[in-house]
Design a protein around this ligand. Sequence first.
Ligand code: HEM
Length: 242
Amino acid sequence: MTDSTTQSQAGLIDQVGLRWFFRLLSSSIGQKFVMGVTGLLLCGFLVAHLAGNLLLFAGAKPFNEYAHALHAQWELLAVAEAGLLLLFVAHVYLAVATSIGNNQARTGQYVMKQTKVPGRIIGANSWMFASGAVVLAFVILHLIDLRFGLRGDVKYLAESDPEAPFKNTVAVLNNPISRLVYFIGVVVLGAHLSHGFASAFQSIGLNHPKYMPLIKLIGKIFAVVIAVGFASIVVIVPGLKR
Ligand code: HEM
């Protein structure tokens, strides 16, 4: 890259007022901070997504009405989807970047892999990375299944069909292999959240010793609610009489 290209890029960053953001991302503390913020915002998405999907228990009519009302606001939905994609990409990119940074910092310092909890065979960072990778694989599969409707073995109804949201969701969950994969996906998501929630508070600096035990407890409860909520849909909804 030439000097003039670098200068014009720096000028553009100044003009848009994003210098502070790039400075934040250049330190490992800043990267952790952004990872914590994006993680907590993704938790917000999970709450909204679970609340919407729990309408599957209420039956086809309420779920279809909810889904069509959401799709009717397509401009808002497009903005929300773009924001969500940005959050996912930033969170995953920073997970990889900080993990590489951690490994480099560790090289030569330890002979054996360290873990802070006695009796644990895998450190928290490695666990978060591994469970995050499983959740990412699950989300990609899930988008192929239900956002883009690309599963070869499912006969999808066209989006314009009033019955489509409910029938397509149930058609995906009716497959026993999908059900198992979804079940594993949401359980691993719960495990990721059970450490990640409190860890995000630590990363953004809200880690007062007095409140940390409470934040950890809330994180565990949140993880169980999300995992059990989604898992109950996976297990119960395909068998419901309608
Ligand atoms: C039983 C569990 C779940 C069911 C039945 C379900 C159902 C759905 C459906 C029907 C859609 C399509 C929405 C639309 O096109 O408007 C969707 C989209 C999506 N789901 Fe799920 N979901 C489940 C679990 C999850 C989990 C655990 C995650 C994240 C870890 C997740 C992340 C997403 C994302 C990112 C989208 C795309 C959102 C969008 O672009 O509007 N889902 N889900």
